[in-house]
Design a binder for this molecule. Structure first.
Ligand code: NAD
Length: 426
């Protein structure tokens, strides 16, 4: 076991980092991972913290903003991972998210190590012009550490296609030529991949359908509950309906809506476009985010913030399958409770790997300047995620463990093999 007594003193120590490290430790211990590699995998290989001035629209107020970019592991290829805009972003959260990206890429077999970025702001409080200024300045601060061969950002909570377009433009302006491959999740007009927008949600539902198959159930007719109606949650809900499932509840940061007979998602979509939040949607009952997690359903999809399912509510969940669209939605204690109760948990590093998979496709298309149709993207995505699910299941069955441990075993052993082959420099 590597030096854990010092964890509390590490600059990136945080509850989310502790969760990520505890998940790694369980696997490393079981597979008797080399102690040197184990210690290295518990830490970011590179971590950048930047602070920069940010001018508000009134042109008088200038504040200081903190930004982060963490590259967890450079062994597997360039690093890859999203950029999050949220008020509670810190080095610890970004480090945990970067670590999870390493495992996600390894499970799907992508030639990337994990990375993540973040800016500590509330994107909802910014005008569009402010969002653009803050994005461009953040990119200028990290311009030397990103690039198509180095580290390729993507969207995460609080960032979207437009933010990716500004990142691509800022980087390209600084280089003096257009570099579409510096970022993924761009609009298709700028070299973005068709199918990227829905990719994470599609991966979640591909995994949920596989889990149904394992349990001898059908996704058709199943009740689905989704926490977080953003990029991941809204796509997962729509694709679940395409599979014949009934989406009975969805939520956003303000709360949720519940209709046991099933929500009309086209109407929900229109409502959100006009009113921004779900609150007040006619024809459904209001529920809080905590109540939503406890609704009766076959498939529960957390697709918002981390640590939503804890020792306080894990006993009360009524789902048969928990498909983790969000990163780190379940604490270790909750995980043990769900395991004992027989809830089939599809861990985040597998369930939400569809996003980075199509990001990889986008990067490949940008580098080759050859763009695929949506059918090819979706077909390749489904194939890769299905294979990753089945390899994870096989490993889990072989070691008689749950899916999360199976997923970590697959990911960590792939990274360990690659690291051993590269050797120690010098
Ligand atoms: P998003 O910003 O598009 O949407 C987030 C949604 O969650 C919004 O509806 C927001 O109102 C809601 N929300 C925010 N905080 C909440 C809270 N405390 N309680 C309930 N709802 C809350 O973000 P996204 O890109 O859809 O990401 C959602 C989750 O999925 C994150 O954990 C992210 O790390 C993970 N993820 C995203 C991608 C991707 O491709 N975007 C890929 C893999 C994983």
């Amino acid at each position: 076991m590597p030096v854990s007594a010092l964890d509390a003193e590490l600059e990136w120590n945080s509850p989310m980092y502790q969760l990520a490290v505890a998940q790694l430790d369980r696997t490393a211990e079981r597979m008797r991972l080399d102690a040197n590699l184990w210690t290295r995998l518990r830490s970011p290989q590179r971590a950048y913290v930047v602070s920069f001035p940010f001018r508000r629209d009134d042109y008088q107020t200038v504040g200081t903003v903190f930004g982060y970019r963490v590259q967890h592991l450079l062994t597997m290829g360039p690093t890859k991972g999203g950029i999050r805009y949220a008020l509670d972003v810190d080095l610890g959260e970004v480090t945990a998210l970067a670590m999870w990206m390493t495992w996600k890429c390894a499970i799907v077999g992508l030639p990337f190590g994990g990375a993540k970025g973040g800016v500590r702001i509330d994107p909802g409080s910014l005008s569009r012009r402010e969002l653009q200024r803050i994005t461009r300045r953040y990119v200028s601060e990290i311009v030397d550490v990103i690039g198509p061969e180095r580290d390729i950002p993507a969207p995460d909570m609080g960032t979207d296609e437009q933010v990716m377009a500004w990142i691509m433009d800022t980087y390209s302006q600084q280089k003096g030529y257009t570099v579409p491959g510096v970022v993924t999740g761009k609009p298709p007009e700028l070299g973005g991949s068709l199918g990227r927008r829905e990719a994470t949600g599609r991966g979640v539902i591909t995994c949920a359908a596989e889990a149904c198959r394992v349990l001898g159930m059908s996704l058709e007719g199943a009740r689905v509950v989704v926490q977080g109606y953003g990029q991941v949650g809204s796509a997962a809900a729509a694709i679940a309906v395409q599979h014949g499932a009934r989406v009975v509840a969805v939520s956003d940061v303000e709360g949720g809506i519940y209709a046991p007979q099933g929500l009309d998602l086209a109407a929900v979509h229109r409502w959100v476009r006009e009113n921004r939040f779900l609150r007040g949607f006619p024809g459904a009952d209001p529920v809080t985010n905590q109540e939503l997690l406890l609704l009766p359903c076959e498939v529960l999809i957390p697709a918002a913030a981390g640590t939503q399912i804890t020792a306080h509510n894990a006993d009360l969940l009524q789902c048969r399958i928990l498909a983790e669209g969000a990163n780190g939605p379940t604490t270790l204690e909750a995980d043990a409770i769900l395991g004992a109760r027989g809830v089939f948990v599809i861990p985040d590093i597998l369930a939400n790997a569809g996003g980075v998979t199509v990001s990889y496709f986008e990067w490949v298309q940008d580098l080759q300047e050859d763009f695929w149709d949506e059918e090819k993207v979706n077909e390749r995505l489904t194939r890769k995620i299905t294979r990753a699910f089945r390899e994870t299941l096989e490993r889990a069955k072989k070691h008689k463990v749950h899916m999360r441990r199976g997923a970590y075993a697959v990911a960590v052993s792939r990274v360990a093999e690659a690291t051993a082959l590269r050797g120690v420099y010098p």
